[in-house]
Write a protein that binds this ligand. Structure first.
Ligand code: KG4
Ligand code: ZN
Length: 388
């Protein structure tokens, strides 16, 4: 089957085409095209994502990305297509809020043959609602024009399923999740520990009570005068730490008898350290970046390891943008290498850690293969969509 996936939940506009053959338990997955436009440069000047600018960039980029994806996947063939006036009116109504997008799509579709695609998958939450709506309406319009079913996908389920695929040189290999599994989801908007007893059964056993871990990275980066997004910047700066100053930072909630997290106190602790020193040197900034990264890693690791033992899991998944962090990846790798050979650790390839549309296609496949085949015609953007 071929899945066209669309992701517009935050500041990446992404379109992928993924082909999956074989059986549900032993699939062969190939990525026919993976297109991504990062809006980082648009938002960097504002120090964070501006929803209306994100929406506009999604609207401008989706069609060019789709065109490139279809061409790369070998699914783009010139052909004159007729569209009835009634369908044109419906598309214009659907995309009434996206300015010229309806006309652009109609013009585009009239010139190409219907591609051989079985499903369209689109993120419907969580995320920024104005941004989500663009992707949803775009997917619905394509679904209507090509008569292809549209499957709504939870972005966080996408981050979980991002581990199914791993790229070795130029070829992708497929990986397996053995159940019960545990997923630590760490992104710009979320910090969750999700227990997955069996496919499609998600239970959030712990989450942040304030800031998400990616958000904390971004805020601390700002305190250290680093640009947005802060995660990779902090990580980079931490590499040059010289330990010339002993910055002590707390490990919030690390010993508490629950699986919840809290990162806003840690961010405030960094702020105090910044204020304590009259003029922060480059050495101080690097040391603080390292200490912050160490504190975050300790808390994430301790809580996750405890949950892994308590729930007797077979697979540990780490997903979301922050899972690109080398120190965090290494800590979990060391855990399974040295202590827990029974647990299979699945880390996403770093290019699949941050937002992308391959993971949305993988989640759609997982849903179809696990028997959730109902197609929902009323897809709505849900900013706070939960996994359970
Ligand atoms: O999953 P994602 O791309 O978007 C959301 O769904 O939120 O995650 C983005 C977050 C940002 O906060 C960014 O700073 C963080 O992931 N991030 C990192 C790294 N790369 C991205 N955090 C720490 N270390 C990294 N290497
Ligand atoms: Zn994400």
């Amino acid at each position: 089957m071929k899945i066209l996936a669309i992701e517009t939940s935050c500041d990446e506009t992404a379109v992928s085409i993924v082909e999956i053959d074989g059986t549900a338990t032993d699939p062969t997955i190939s990525v026919l095209s993976n297109q991504l436009f990062s809006q980082v440069d648009i938002h960097a000047a504002f120090g964070g994502v501006v929803p209306n600018l994100a929406k506009r960039a999604h609207k401008d980029k989706l069609l060019p990305l789709l065109k490139t994806a279809l061409k790369e996947a070998g699914l783009f063939n010139d052909k004159k297509i007729n569209i009835s006036d009634k369908t044109e009116q419906e598309i214009k109504k659907l995309l009434a809020r996206e300015d010229s997008l309806a006309t652009d799509i109609i013009t585009f579709i009239k010139k190409i043959e219907k591609p051989n695609i079985d499903y369209i998958a689109v993120t419907h939450g969580p995320g920024l609602e104005p941004a989500l709506w663009v992707g949803i309406n775009f997917a619905k319009a394509l679904g209507m024009l090509w008569d292809i079913p549209v499957i709504p996908i939870n972005h966080m389920e996408g981050h979980i399923m991002s581990v199914l695929l791993s790229k070795d040189n130029q070829s992708y290999t497929t990986r397996k999740i053995l159940y019960p599994a545990l997923a630590l989801l760490i992104s710009g908007g979320h910090t969750e520990l999700v227990y997955i007893e069996k496919p499609l059964s998600y239970k959030i056993i712990g989450q942040t009570r304030d800031d998400a871990v990616g958000e904390a990275f971004d805020k601390v980066a700002r305190l250290l005068s680093l640009p947005y997004p802060g995660g990779p910047q902090i990580s980079n700066l931490a590499k040059s730490a010289s330990h010339s100053h002993d910055f002590k930072l707390p490990r919030p909630m690390i010993g508490d008898d629950n699986f919840d997290f809290s990162f806003s106190g840690l961010k405030t602790a960094v702020l105090y350290r910044v204020h304590e020193i009259e003029k922060l040197s480059d050495e101080n900034r690097a040391d603080l970046a390292e200490q912050f990264e160490l504190a975050v890693t300790d808390v994430l690791f301790e809580k996750t390891a405890r949950a892994a033992y308590e729930y007797n899991i077979k697979t540990l998944i780490i997903g979301g943008g922050v899972s690109a962090n080398t120190r965090i990846r290494n800590r979990f790798q060391k855990f399974v290498d040295e202590e827990n050979t029974d647990i299979s650790l699945l880390l996403p390839d770093t290019h699949l850690s941050t937002d992308n549309a391959i993971m949305i296609a993988l989640a759609a496949y997982h849903n179809i293969a696990s028997g959730r085949t109902e197609i929902c015609p009323q897809i709505k953007a849900t900013g706070n969509l939960s996994l359970q």
